[in-house]
Design a binder for this molecule. Sequence first.
Ligand code: ZN
Length: 63
Amino acid sequence: MLDNPILKPLPFEPQEPVELGQCCGCGNEVYDIDECIDYDGDLIHDDVFCLASYMREIGDKVG
Ligand SMILES: [Zn+2]
């Protein structure tokens, strides 16, 4: 007999956040629950500090 997925009880355990990688701004782990930007495969928290650090890292400072 086939299982009917609709009749299965929903899992109520809180989901563990999944680690996606490392933030290229602050160097901390990025989890799927975080606000995050994928820029050409680089993960950066959607945070002013992280984005600014990342831009300083990849860009050339002029002036
Ligand atoms: Zn970060």
